[in-house]
Ligand binder design. Structure first.
Ligand code: M6R
Length: 593
């Protein structure tokens, strides 16, 4: 994934580069392998290179570029390795057109072949480079920039959010989107386009959400949006409830820890969505089946949803990975509610699945990002209230997703006791956060591991999966989450005195069975860390280490609380290993390819 930004300042005397630099710094969770900026002042100025923003800035002084408008990019490579030539902006041969692109073009090889045959020379191995060459080709054929841009995007097959500047029409930025996110921002003294709101929130909270295929033109006089037939479209401005402070790290060393510490609030605020969720339930009518669809951490939230809905509502519930969804699509009908869970609301696999599902079934998107693509596509939307999340590892948005699913289930089944339990969750979370130093100490004992297992049963099985995912994605230690009863069917062979096993052991009906599984790994000499209730002497006797939680947190509500120490463990182990928890290897926050 990548992030793109464009900005045009109304005051021609001012320089836009420092603003573009701040914007891409705020967007670096979308890509941190290379960065680049292009501005115009008579000619196009470009500075770009491979590396994280501070490294490239130190080398090139990115803020020092002339011109009151320009475009910028942070890259997470999908086509072409990370190097200087492949960094964006990509330019045409005469350095007259500069393009930044987020997405992936399926037909770039075919287009490149055609352009090479026409005599165009390519420098990079990116898919993006076909765009400036195509625009140049159509300008050479006599079109103006806007029509050359239109004709170019008609040729593109794939996903894209694109912004373009040209030295020949040096008063505007053109942009468009197809299956990749793009927002327009309007402030008193500037106009913006950006892949995501946090990049520009320091400058404006007034946002326009362009639809797919619309052409956006920013110039010093304002923003115009045209549809595919060139008719001007009037767009509404919405005021985003997030603030610059919410999207900043504050005094914390990393976004991830800031976001972990905000989880009590994420639950409290998401519980405030009750009226909206009730309205959706009232409108749903007869639902016989539910199918959750998601990726990664959101998939783990979905799995908890399956346990919850089946337990309380007795409705048959499936959970499908978004990238595998098309193989289940034929089993859908109008009595199946298909629920999409996504922090970003922009994950391409989930959007593709949503487009399939909505052909036959009612759809509900549970997302954390107001105005994201999935909110446009789904019939119903619940926006979780975790606020902006920038750490690549999902933490507070996961707990907010779980809160929304628990609340949905409680309202669907009119279960007032469950609602009362949910109201206590912020306090339970605060109790865990107050003991985070205990986890910091434990992390020093567990960071030696090369392989770890996380075991849980029933409601605690998705907790085990999520604990393992958090650890592996940021600490780069191999970890597996397992249903504890399943371990003896194979992976038990891997357990020995060098392998830590983290057992999720809340009080409840599954406790005894999970304890039996704990004994199985103990007799293979595993190093056991149990996450269990305060006063659980049995777990304390049988484990090397324990981390305890309020005993009132039973197995049903446990996912909302027992996940928190596992996030902290992943965070502190990652610091212990010397890695950056906000920017893990090879990953980006939003997966739009
Ligand atoms: O934005 P989404 O929730 O749709 O993203 C899905 C996954 O890419 C995401 O949860 C990913 O697994 C996170 N990095 C996990 O921490």
């Amino acid at each position: 994934m990548c992030g793109i930004v464009g900005c045009i300042l109304k005051d021609k005397e001012k320089h836009v580069a420092p603003i573009l630099l701040e914007c891409v710094k705020n967007l670096d969770y979308r890509g941190y392998d290379s960065v680049g900026i292009a501005t115009i002042d008579g000619k196009i100025y470009v500075k770009k290179d491979k590396g994280k923003i501070p490294e490239v800035d130190e080398k090139l002084n990115l803020a020092d570029m002339p011109g009151n408008f320009g475009i910028a990019h942070v890259r997470w490579p999908s086509t072409g390795i990370a190097n200087k030539v492949n960094a964006h902006p990509q330019l045409d041969e005469g350095n007259g057109i500069a393009v930044v692109h987020n997405g992936s073009l399926k037909n770039y090889n075919e287009l490149k072949g055609e352009l090479v045959a026409d005599g165009f020379k390519f420098k990079s191995t990116t898919d993006t480079e076909v765009i400036p060459h195509l625009i140049r080709k159509y300008i050479n054929e006599g079109l103006d920039l806007e029509h050359a841009f239109r004709k170019t995007i008609e040729r593109l097959d794939g996903s894209y959010a694109i912004a373009v500047i040209s030295k020949d029409e040096n008063n505007k930025i053109l942009a468009t989107r197809h299956q990749s996110p793009l927002k327009i921002g309007i402030s008193d003294d500037a106009y913006f386009i950006s892949s995501d709101v946090p990049a520009i929130i320091e400058y404006t909270r007034n946002i326009i959400l362009p639809s797919e295929g619309e052409i956006i033109i920013l110039d010093e006089n304002g923003v115009t949006v045209h549809d595919e037939y060139d008719n001007e479209v009037k767009k509404e401005i919405c005021v985003i409830p997030w603030t610059a402070q919410m999207a900043s790290k504050g005094d914390h060393p990393y976004y991830m820890i800031k976001e972990i510490l905000e989880q009590d609030k994420a639950v409290e605020f998401t519980l405030g969505e009750r009226d909206n969720i009730q309205k959706i339930i009232d409108d749903l009518g007869n639902i016989k089946n539910i199918c959750f669809v998601a990726c990664g951490t959101s998939y783990h939230a979905s799995l908890t949803g399956k346990y919850l809905i089946q337990h309380f509502a007795k409705i048959k519930t499936d959970v499908v990975l978004a990238s595998e969804f098309k193989y289940s699509a034929d089993t859908l009908d109008e009595e199946t509610l298909v629920v999409f869970i996504s922090q970003s609301g922009e994950t391409l696999d989930s959007i593709n699945a949503l487009r399939i599902a909505k052909e036959t079934s009612p759809t509900l998107a549970i997302v954390n990002t107001e105005g994201s693509a999935m909110t446009e596509e789904a019939k119903y939307t619940i926006v979780t209230q975790a606020g902006p999340e920038k750490g690549v590892a999902a933490t507070k948005t996961y707990i907010a997703q779980l809160t929304a699913i628990y609340l949905f289930t409680a309202l669907l089944t009119k279960n007032h006791d469950l609602i009362k339990e949910l109201d206590k969750v912020p306090n339970y979370i605060r109790e865990v956060l107050e003991k985070s130093e205990e986890i910091e100490v434990l992390s020093k004992r567990y960071s030696f591991a090369e392989d770890l297992f996380y075991l849980g049963r029933g409601f605690s099985y998705p907790v085990a999966l999520e604990g393992a995912l958090k650890l592996k994605e940021i600490s780069l230690i191999h970890a597996e989450g397992y249903a504890s009863g399943e371990l003896k069917h194979g992976p038990l062979a891997l357990i020995n005195h060098r392998v830590p096993v983290i057992v999720i052991l809340p009080p409840g009906t599954d406790y005894d069975d999970t304890m039996t599984n704990l004994e199985e790994v103990k007799s293979r000499k595993a190093i056991i860390l149990s996450i269990c209730a305060e006063g659980d002497n049995k777990a304390e006797c049988k484990s090397k280490d324990i981390f305890t939680i309020n005993p009132e947190v039973n197995e049903i509500i446990a996912p909302l609380v027992y996940t928190v120490p596992l996030q902290l463990l992943a965070y502190y182990v990652t610091l212990e290993k010397g890695h950056d928890p906000d920017k893990p290897e090879n990953l980006a926050k939003v997966i739009t390819v």
